[in-house]
Ligand binder design. Structure first.
Ligand code: PGA
Length: 237
């Protein structure tokens, strides 16, 4: 089965989370990770589901108001964390060097980083996609040894495909995912899982599933609607 990661962003209020949780037991499989808003971690904790954080602090625990440290995340049962999501890079100033710091802190605390990389529409139009991705990957993984680099899951998320309903063709996705895998093999001697993310939904999942080299999906909007999310998971078996 493909690995499915749900990124619920800050979409759901408490009532909506309660309705989501009512049906969560219908999610089968040990390859589903949900990244809810962190204020709901406790509600998910006794459910039989892997949990991820949408972000992590680049600082250790301490005097950093509003932050969530990797030590704190680990202590509440979080096993995964997104790093470098394009919304955080573009709106919240997360830099490439921040992604490197965060990845190291997560790995130190035995949390698996899920590093998001991808090009904007302008970068795509200028045929800079591969150069942008290489820079994001090299910056995020710099100075990591093979055994640590290999633990990082990569999510290829073209920025122009996130929340827009637009997605690349299968051959474009395959080309970029192969590029990422080759680059990591060459630079780190590392074989990484690579996911695709950006407007994945019930309408395009069967087509996307034809791309063998993609190891799974990072799903935003569709992971907030429990029926749609379950249907996507079931079609990925
Ligand atoms: P989307 O978001 O599925 O709503 O396009 C994906 C993401 O931001 O990870």
């Amino acid at each position: 089965m493909k690995l499915i990661v749900g990124n619920q962003k800050s979409y759901l209020d408490e009532n909506q989370i309660e309705s989501f949780l009512e049906k969560i037991d219908y999610i089968y499989g040990d390859k589903v990770i949900i990244c809810p808003s962190s204020i709901y971690f406790n509600k998910f904790r006794d459910k039989n589901i892997l949990l991820g954080s949408q972000n992590v602090s680049k600082y250790d625990s301490g005097a950093t108001t509003g932050e969530l440290s990797s030590e704190q995340l680990k202590s509440v049962g979080i096993d995964f964390s997104l790093v470098g999501h394009s919304e955080r890079r573009q709106m919240l100033g997360e830099s490439i060097s921040d992604t490197n710091t965060k990845i190291k802190k997560l790995l130190n605390n035995l949390i698996v980083p899920i590093l998001c990389v991808g090009e904007t529409e302008i970068e795509r139009d200028n045929e800079n996609t591969k150069a942008v991705i290489a820079k994001q990957l090299d910056g995020a993984l710099t100075t990591l040894d093979t055994d640590l680099a290999e633990k990082v899951i990569i999510a290829y998320e073209p920025v122009w495909a996130i929340g827009t309903g637009k997605i690349p063709t299968n051959s474009e996705i395959e080309d970029i995912v192969n590029y990422i895998k080759d680059l990591l093999k060459r630079n780190y001697n590392s074989s990484n899982l690579v996911l695709y993310g950006g407007s994945v939904n019930t309408k395009n999942i069967d087509e996307l599933n034809k791309i063998d080299v993609v190891d799974g999906y990072l799903i935003g909007g569709a992971s907030t609607k429990i029926d749609e999310f379950i249907e996507i998971i079931n079609r990925c078996k």
